[in-house]
Design a protein around this ligand. Sequence first.
Ligand code: BGC
Length: 505
Amino acid sequence: MAPAVVIGNGDMPEFEGRITIYVAVCVVIAAFGGLMFGYDIGISGGVTAMDDFLIKFFPAVFERKQHAHENNYCKYDNQYLQLFTSSLYLAALVASFVASKVCSKYGRKPTMQIASVFFLIGVALTAGGVNIEMVIIGRILLGCGVGFANQAVPLFLSELAPTKIRGALNISFQLFITIGILIANLVNYWASNIHPYGWRISLGLAGIPALVLCFGSFAICETPTSLIERNKVEKGKKILRKIRGVDNVDDEFKSIVHACEMARQVKQPFRKLMKPASRPPLVIAILLQVFQQFTGINAIMFYAPVLFQTVGFGSDAALLSSVITGAINVLSTFVSIYLVDKAGRKILLLEACVQMLLTQGIIGGILMKDLKATDSYLSHGEAVFVVILVCLFVMGFAWSWGPLGWLIPSETFPLETRTAGFAFAVSSNMLFTFIIAQAFLSMLCHMQAGIFFFFAAWIVVMGLFTWFLLPETKGVPVDSMVDKVWKQHWFWSRFMGGEEEVKVV
Ligand code: BGC
């Protein structure tokens, strides 16, 4: 049976209800799942730049770093060091498919609780690590937590939020990711001066959001949609009254029951997803995630401190620079929250392509000209300029491909394939995050400054894709996408013929 998700927007009927304190508390607790994800993204780069950590687990990398003048671009190239970062995403990729089943069979709340248990064990193993195996197993468990949390939290948020603030709330998930990254950068900056166990503090502090999610998840409710979907109809109605803070929830209740009935008609959502009519949103969901990763954003999020050391900063200045990029990432996400429903999705994506293309291109040019592999340094002025360019790059990403990579896949699938389709988006994100995490340092070593041109070339491809093939979905009711978007599109309409649709009014 297809899991039912009711995601509304401004054009759907306004249901009665207000934003209750209870909903606000549930939202904040669940968002700690996003914060955990962000913290894990942000923490590994700083930790892998700490000498104490390298000496303990990667002595060969530490040795090479001491002779940095031998090769600027290769000092961190080590498959195991990359595995430390990337193992998390491989685990999350596999876990997200399991989580999508758990999520529809047992509900969003237990899925988040399982995530928090994975997180807690993962934190204990990484922070208490005595050998590299233990640390990598810890990262794998953290990855399982990310897979479970990333599948459940966005759905939980969408289902709990009153219709009129659902769009902004969806981007709040990304906002919490960016806050998690920033906190991780700050923690690394502070902990890097605590010897010899600063890295343990960095990894161990992830326990705080994990504990909040773990204990907090006992206080939150299951979503009405998930309860009704699993035939707990009366309980679902009771919770709906509680979260909306009004007695009359009949209209919304009916719409959820209706959505669940529709979803039940589709016994095999994954099979339905393979039909031609599902191709447009599926291809777009997967490609947006692939493109999101090939902007090169995570080369910066994971390895900013390493990258900044490569261009000539000392360890502290490099960590401070990543705090700055982290703060820009958070602040720019607000621009997206503000503009996405006014200016539209396409214009944000296209503008960002230009901004990211220019910045990647100029960074590549500077490094190619002035940072040779050996016996060469950027001047201080040039290094500062590179940091500014990185900030402009992050800014562009944070108001476009970052949040929209998640938003668009969540609004373009018809109801009956929505969660199955979203699972593909989550897992594609994890797969390509894994690829970048695993390959970036080797690519930096072999391609040197050329790596920035590599990302720039992808940005051209994604710009062309957005221009020609991505339809604008601003203001289109989520359940009218087939008629108003896909059937009208010059290219995607060819897939739409002959398929019977399930529509929800
Ligand atoms: C991406 C992450 C990235 C983060 C940066 C998210 O949308 O999925 O891979 O690290 O944005 O803020």
